[in-house]
Each structure stands twice: as C-alpha cells, then as structure tokens.
Design a protein around this ligand. Sequence first.
Ligand code: NAD
Length: 346
Amino acid sequence: MNNNAQVLSDLLGDRRYTWLITGVAGFIGSNLLESLLRHDQTVIGLDDFSTGKQCNLDQVRESVTAAQWERLRFITGDICDIQVCREASTGADFLLHHAALGSVPLSLEDPVRTNASNISGFVNLLVAARDAGVKRVIYAASSATYGDDPTLPKQEDKIGRMLSPYALTKYVNELYADVFGRCYAMECIGLRYFNIFGPRQDPNGAYAAVIPQWISAMIRGDNVYINGDGATTRDFCYIRNVVQANVLAALTSNQGAVGTVYNIGLGERISLNSLYTEIKRLLEPRFSQLKHHQPIYRPFRQGDVRHSVADIQRARTLLEFRPLYDLRTGLVEALDWYVSSLMPNR
Ligand code: NAD
C-alpha cells in the first residue's frame, strides 16, 4: 500500500459511507471514484459526458475488484436538471462536487453554457443535497478566483478581480456555499485547486491542460507550445494529494474547519520553462528523439494569470492536509500512465 492509500485507510477505517461524486467520468472525479471504491466505499456517480469519458470509468473498473465495482451506481445526467440532482443525492452521506466546465478559454467563448453548468448546476445540487440530508458538501473551487491580485503566495482571504467567466463562476460557488451554510445550516467546504495533474487528465483538444498536453506531444514527437515567455509560474499538484484533501474535508470532526475554503496545491511554484525541462529530462531515457526537442513560444493567452502558488497553511492546520506527492514523484507516476495508455506497445 502506498503512503496515500495508507492515509485514506487510516481516515476511513472500517466506516462505510455513500459518496455522491459529480463529474465522476472526468479527470479528478474518476480518481476520487477509484480511491473510494478501493477502500470499499459506496459511490453514486453522476456525469453528462460533456468533457468526461466512458474510458475513464472503464479504467477504474479494471483497477478494482468486481465486488468493489458493484458498489458504484452510475447516473448519466446533467446537473442543470434538478430532478437528476435529487435522484443522485438520495442516500448520499457526502457530496464531492466536481462537475463543471473547467476551461478558461471555453468560458470566454461560451459564458452562457459555463454559467449554466457551473452556477445553476451547483445551486441545483446544493438544494438537492440540502433536501436529501447530505451530511457535508465538498466542492471544487479554483485558484482562478485569485484573479489579478498579485500577492504571492495566494492566501484564501485575499482575492482580486476575476479574469474570466470561469473564475467568476467558481467564486460564485463559494458565495452560494457560504449563504447555504448560514441560511440552511449546511456544512460546505470549498477546495480551491491549483493546477492539478495526473492519470486520466485529457491530453487532447483545444482546452487541454499543460502537463498532459506536453507529455503527449513529446512522446508523439509533436511540437510543444509555451504561451508567453515561459517565465509564467504555477503550483502543480498531483492528483493523489487532491484525493486526500477531499476525504479529509469530508471526514474532519473539527467544526472550525467547516464553512470555509482551502487552497489545495503543493505550496511550491515552477516556471513553465523549468517544467518543460523536467518533463523532457524524465522522458528522454525512453524517447531518445527528445534530445533535440525545443519548445515553440507563442503569445500569452487571454485570462491567464502570470504567477500562482498556494499558501496551504490553512489546509495544513485545520484539515491536517499533508501532500505526500511532490512534483517529481507525481510526474514520474503520471508519465508511466501516459506512456502506457498513449503508446501501449512500449
Ligand atoms: P474534467 O473536465 O475532467 O471533469 C469534469 C466532469 O464534469 C466531466 O466528466 C464532465 O463531463 C462533467 N460535467 C460537466 N458539466 C456537467 C453537467 N452539466 N452535468 C453533469 N456532468 C458535467 O475536469 P477536472 O479537471 O476533473 O475538474 C473537476 C473540477 O475541478 C471542476 O469543477 C474544475 O473546475 C475543478 N478544478 C480543476 C482544476 C484542475 O487543475 N484540473 C483546477 C481548479 C479547479
């Protein structure tokens, strides 16, 4: 058992809960699903496959026992439909809300659709969870909410102006969670994710995140594009740390930890140039053609912040969050997954 699995075992013990995971066919949702099923938890999974994939669910099925897979009840549906949310919430102890349109560029192109999924869908789920007596709601917030505030590292109480419709929707989620906490005594915790990466994060398409996009381009021998001069920095956090944060937030008995938001990152930043070098260094022993590979620089992308790094002190103190995977350890594990799924014969 790896360290993170041990942490989850210690947290869950013999307790069996029912978890509603929205966005379960996506990157983060499917990793939450896998970890919870492996710990013999019961899961209700909800997804409309707008960006999620059946193959993510298939992979989870292959990685757990038949008995564990039986503990999943999957619902295909849109969180914009409150009846779907009500059906999914029935019998759930905890809601891990991860369904959203998570792309900054998409939100600039289609703010109406982003608003519907990210805000109306969220309110539907809050109402459904409230009426179903769900014990606690953990929802995916975002570091995009820091907007144009230049302070580093990012601390939860100081945000700037939003730089995209996506960022705004995530901030509105926080405001709604706060109001539902006060008006209906609901227990809500927001996790402001920084740049999360790991297996099953989609490498394809116009809105792909940088790590899977670059890994996939490098192993295929394609071009790698860096938006801007490469001095842009980010706090990249491995998915297993995120799974830990969700379970900690759901199970904490510290009432002082409820009703707020937490930065979930590694607490370290790296420039895009250094990230490129690190990925290339890790891949080069397996793909010798990368020796002469160079990135191509192109203009900065609208809506992107220049620097970002989390102060994770609040999560450390109140949730006892301990990210066990640093960037390199996470990259090594993720690279193995990308190589075996994109190049099955290597
Ligand atoms: P993803 O696109 O892989 O997963 C999102 C899932 O939600 C998909 O499976 C999609 O089909 C589903 N979905 C979208 N709209 C839906 C709707 N209306 N009804 C039902 N299902 C719907 O993205 P992800 O990276 O796994 O992100 C999960 C959450 O974490 C999102 O809320 C995202 O905003 C947030 N987040 C992610 C990151 C990151 O670095 N990946 C950073 C900050 C915040």
